[in-house]
Design a binder for this molecule. Structure first.
Ligand SMILES: [Zn+2]
Length: 186
């Protein structure tokens, strides 16, 4: 009989916890440490960009923002930070992973045509610094050059590949400032 009472109590406790979890507001969106973030493509504005964070791309969610721009348009660091990883992957092509100074967020730039000259892992960058150029490397359509831009919340271990994606669109829309237009590299 006692076990029935005990399991009943456990059930009640679990239900209470579940209800509390359900009713608690979602955690606040981590916003980049700086009060502003730079739109990471020179000369780009967001007027014709829409959130496509939850769009399906094949069998996975997009979890990023695509910013269309002519091939060779400078890609700039969205925030102050450090170049954590330069990686060439099948899907992303030429990519950059940048950590913010507090290592809270990881910024991901993909399909680059090429990197900024001399760019290396470990480099410190300032928001607005040119780090690469728009292209179609990886699985981007050859006739649609764009920057695939993602922001992730880093796990406690700070693995650069394990950021939990958050939607860059509202962050750029609410906080983004335009990057200065630089020369287009051919
Ligand atoms: Zn994309």
């Amino acid at each position: 009989m006692r076990w029935i009472v005990r399991s009943g109590l456990i059930l009640i406790a679990l239900t209470a916890v579940r209800a509390a979890v359900r009713s608690s507001p979602p955690p606040p969106l981590p916003v980049p440490a700086a009060s502003s973030i730079v739109i990471p493509v020179a000369g780009a504005c967001l007027d014709h960009v829409r959130s496509e964070f939850n769009d399906w791309r094949g069998n996975h969610r997009h979890h990023a923002l695509d910013i269309l721009a002519p091939r060779g348009t400078p890609v700039v660091a969205a925030t102050d930070g450090r170049i954590r990883k330069l990686l060439t992957s099948r899907a992303g092509g030429l990519t950059i992973y940048e950590f913010d100074p507090t290592q809270t967020l990881v910024y991901y730039y993909a399909h680059l045509d090429h990197y900024a000259a001399g760019l290396q892992e470990g480099d410190e960058v300032r928001a607005g610094d040119v780090i690469g150029y728009v292209g179609t490397t990886g699985n981007a359509p050859p006739n649609t050059p764009h920057l695939h831009f993602a922001i992730g919340v880093l796990p406690p271990g700070k693995q650069w590949w394990k950021g939990q994606a958050i939607d860059p669109y509202p962050i750029l829309r609410d906080h983004g400032v335009a990057a200065e237009a630089g020369p287009i590299a051919r």
